[in-house]
Design a protein around this ligand. Sequence first.
Ligand code: NDP
Length: 309
Amino acid sequence: MRAVVVSRTGGPEVLEVVERPEPVAGPGEVVVDVEAAGVNFIDVYHREGRYPRELPFVLGSEGAGTVRGTGERVAWAVVPGAGYADAVVVPEDRLVPVPDGVALSDAAAVLLQGMTAQFLAEVASPGDTAVVHAAAGGVGLLLVQLLVDAGVQVVATTSPEKAELARGAGASDVVAYDEVVERVREATGGRGAQVVYDGVGRATFDSSLACAARHGSVVLFGAASGPVPPLDPLVLMSHGSLWLTRPTLGDFVAERADLLHRAGEVLGRVRDGRLSVRVGGTYALEDAQRAHEDLEGRRSTGKLLVLPR
Ligand code: NDP
């Protein structure tokens, strides 16, 4: 079986397709034949060594497929090593069932980013105004839909050519990154946004603080443009007694009951047509490098998938 392996950290060129022995499940694990593996920014951080892992490792942590032997349709997320490969080993307690009516490729496309969008959306309340940066991205498009569905007004940022997608997801304003502070002030009568969602990081963080209302929340959930430098907590006071959080999905699905609940809600929305999933590109295992170049190069919209078969 083939897998995309990282044996030294670096740019997309370090990704190699390697022939490996068939995986063998240990106690409490199953082998899953992978139909689709999700491409996520954390794969970039792992590949670069920004989040260090023991080398060599199979890249990816999300996917969907069928359990070998039973044919059960399953998906998983936040399982490092269970990603870009023909077959993977997954602990049984990390698997979630994929409902009838949801394609395995859609399950792989939505699980990680959908559960992320879901816990992020819980920070805002109906009637709030929220800023969503990179709103035409994987997390972004899902987050805008969930917020709008919950009665939150969304001011979004995107590259200009992606603005229509963010509008289609329900954002009431879509602006360039350098216009967002001014636009949010206009849209809120000068008050600012109750919640600012920032997965871009270094390039947007200062404007995220400046967009937030007094007592508002800045939710820094990623670093697509690079990490935010260390900051003096007094900055939060000077911007209006802000709350700053830096959450990660793993902490919201650590308990099996939470994983099942969150996955059930996200996949149920997809099945019922209440959450639309945009697959922005699919790649063979051999083209995983290109998937990373597209994601990092801001050429992607929605979700990118690696399809081993
Ligand atoms: P996206 O599909 O959102 O891709 C990143 C987007 O960020 C780009 O398309 C681009 O959109 C925008 N961007 C702005 N500046 C830059 C830059 N300098 N370099 C690259 N991209 C830039 O990716 P994901 O949906 O996979 O992830 C979004 C963020 O969410 C990432 O930071 C990721 O780490 C984080 N994340 C966090 C999780 C958590 O648990 N905390 C879980 C999942 C994801 P545009 O062209 O419109 O500017």
